[in-house]
Design a protein around this ligand. Structure first.
Ligand code: 4NP
Length: 154
């Protein structure tokens, strides 16, 4: 691991799930006084929303749990796979899209690798659904983040 340890969350558009990963882990890191030990970023596998803030609905749901989502959307670039210690894909499609960039990458994991089997394998895409979808995203990411932090600091 580099110092500080670095992590990149990745979803499709980088406006719902991966900004939430970034915001929830950042909150946990600050709560534990570990700011200087961890660098956190997020990206999307498509550049369609490049430069945009996180989706208003996602920000509103996150804000009710005290998370501030401040990221701007960007597309993942090949260098990210070298630069970040850990790259976490929200679903299997994101994972396979990332692996197409570099089939030899060994630092790419699924969010559900940090959850027990009672959770779905994929963090469901909330973009075209209702309020429940955004809450599920938060539930899954909140459950996984302590385990992700343990892995990063190991
Ligand atoms: P995300 O959600 O991948 O969690 O950011 C989506 C955002 C945008 C779209 C799909 C999913 N889209 O089709 O534009």
């Amino acid at each position: 691991m580099t110092t500080p340890a670095s992590i990149l969350f990745v979803c499709l558009g980088n406006i719902c799930r991966s900004p939430t990963g970034e915001g929830v882990l950042q909150h946990l890191v600050e709560e534990r006084g570990l700011d200087s030990k961890v660098t956190i970023d997020s990206a999307g596998t498509i550049g369609y929303h490049e430069g945009n803030p996180a989706d208003r609905r996602m920000r509103d749901h996150a804000s009710k749990r005290d998370y501030d989502l401040t990221s701007r959307s960007r597309k993942i670039v090949p260098d990210d796979l070298d630069r970040f210690d850990l790259v976490i894909a929200m679903d299997r499609q994101n994972h396979s899209d990332i692996m197409e960039i570099d089939p030899t990458a060994t630092n790419v994991k699924l969010m559900s690798d940090f959850l027990d089997d009672s959770w779905p394998v994929d963090v469901p895409d909330p973009y075209y659904g209702g309020a429940d979808g955004f809450e599920t995203v938060l539930d899954m990411i909140e459950a996984a983040c302590p385990n992700i932090l343990d892995e990063l600091l190991r």
